[in-house]
Design a protein around this ligand. Structure first.
Ligand SMILES: NC(=O)c1ccc[n+]([C@@H]2O[C@H](COP(=O)([O-])OP(=O)(O)OC[C@H]3O[C@@H](n4cnc5c(N)ncnc54)[C@H](OP(=O)(O)O)[C@@H]3O)[C@@H](O)[C@H]2O)c1
Length: 277
């Protein structure tokens, strides 16, 4: 499945993929076939992504690049210069997708009108082709729609895996034409040992982590797993070929236990799942 923005459905997450070791791992992912890299100003891996892109020999147009604007750069007058630095770090003229990393910081909520207006201006100037957000609640997305108008946000990135399905947020995004990127799609490597996932994996001759990725991919969502290990990078990429039946998707939907892993004290609470309303 694909999305209307042609964002490659499997991206390679680059949190912690720093320095020369990181460049080699990212280059390996590109050589294996990944065509989407997920970085952020706060990860300090934009340079590594740019270097891997050059080493891979791929054309710029063949690899989709996402970065995220950190809270400090959401203050008035800071976003556009920060994005110019991101483009320079990546060694590109324009970024494919720029997200606001969080609507809050430990110091409190950021001024949405300020950062979204500047993000839209960055897009108008051609610094970024698409714009989006990350870690927004439905109320935040509604506020963004009021500020920008409908249809402007191309993507929302938030935590999603079989144990935290965030289905209410997924449904909202799909209804509003916002593509969804699932971060922590492997639940940080904790998907083995669940009887439902293990049973479906055995039926497909796949691993539990491949089934976790296939679960979101089969619903038209984007996933950005990462690994430091070559064999796992290949294993995760191969999940794109797994087709799950409606019964299997229904069984996996039953694995949700609202098990959130990225949960800083200052973070907004996720919207409740439909079943919990
Ligand atoms: N927007 C946001 O706020 C936000 C927050 C968090 C993350 N992200 C993005 O999401 C990406 C992915 O998140 P993440 O790295 O935290 O979580 P993840 O991709 O769910 O899990 C990565 C962990 O799983 C292990 N792993 C990878 N493949 C595996 C496999 N096939 N079998 C078993 N274990 C496997 C890895 O260990 P090994 O390295 O040992 O293989 C690593 O510890 C990040 O790199 C980043 O780009 C975004």
């Amino acid at each position: 499945m694909t999305n209307k923005y042609n964002i490659p459905a499997i991206g390679f997450g680059t949190f912690d993929r720093r320095d020369e070791v990181g460049v080699r791992v990212i280059t390996h992912a590109l050589e294996l076939g990944y065509r989407h890299l997920d970085t952020a100003q706060s990860y300090d891996t934009e340079r590594e992504c740019g270097e891997a892109l050059r080493r891979s020999g791929l054309k710029r147009s063949e690899v989709f690049l996402t970065t995220k604007v950190t809270g400090a750069n959401c203050a008035a007058g800071k976003l556009i210069p920060s994005l110019e630095r991101s483009a320079e770090n990546l060694g590109v003229d324009a970024i494919d997708l720029t997200l606001i990393h969080w609507p809050v910081t430990p110091a409190g909520r950021l001024d949405m009108r300020t950062y979204l207006t500047e993000l839209a201006e960055a897009q108008a100037r051609g610094l970024t082709r698409l714009i989006g957000v990350s870690n927004f609640t439905i109320a935040d997305l509604d506020e963004a729609k009021t500020i920008l108008g409908p249809g402007r946000l191309a993507n929302h990135q938030f935590e999603r895996h079989p144990f935290l399905q965030n289905q209410k947020l997924v449904n909202y995004c799909q209804y509003n034409g916002i593509s969804v990127t699932c971060y922590l799609p492997l639940a940080r490597g904790r998907c083995a040992g669940d009887p439902v996932i293990d049973r479906i994996a055995a039926r497909h001759g796949a691993t539990p982590h491949q089934i976790a990725l296939a679960f979101s991919l089969n619903q038209g969502l984007i996933v950005i797993p990462t690994s430091s290990k070559h064999e796992r990078i290949a294993e995760n990429f191969a999940a794109r070929d797994i087709v799950l039946s409606p019964d299997e998707l229904a069984a996996l939907a039953g694995c949700d236990r609202a098990e959130r892993q990225i949960n800083p004290a200052w973070s907004p609470a996720w919207d409740q799942q439909p079943a919990m309303n």
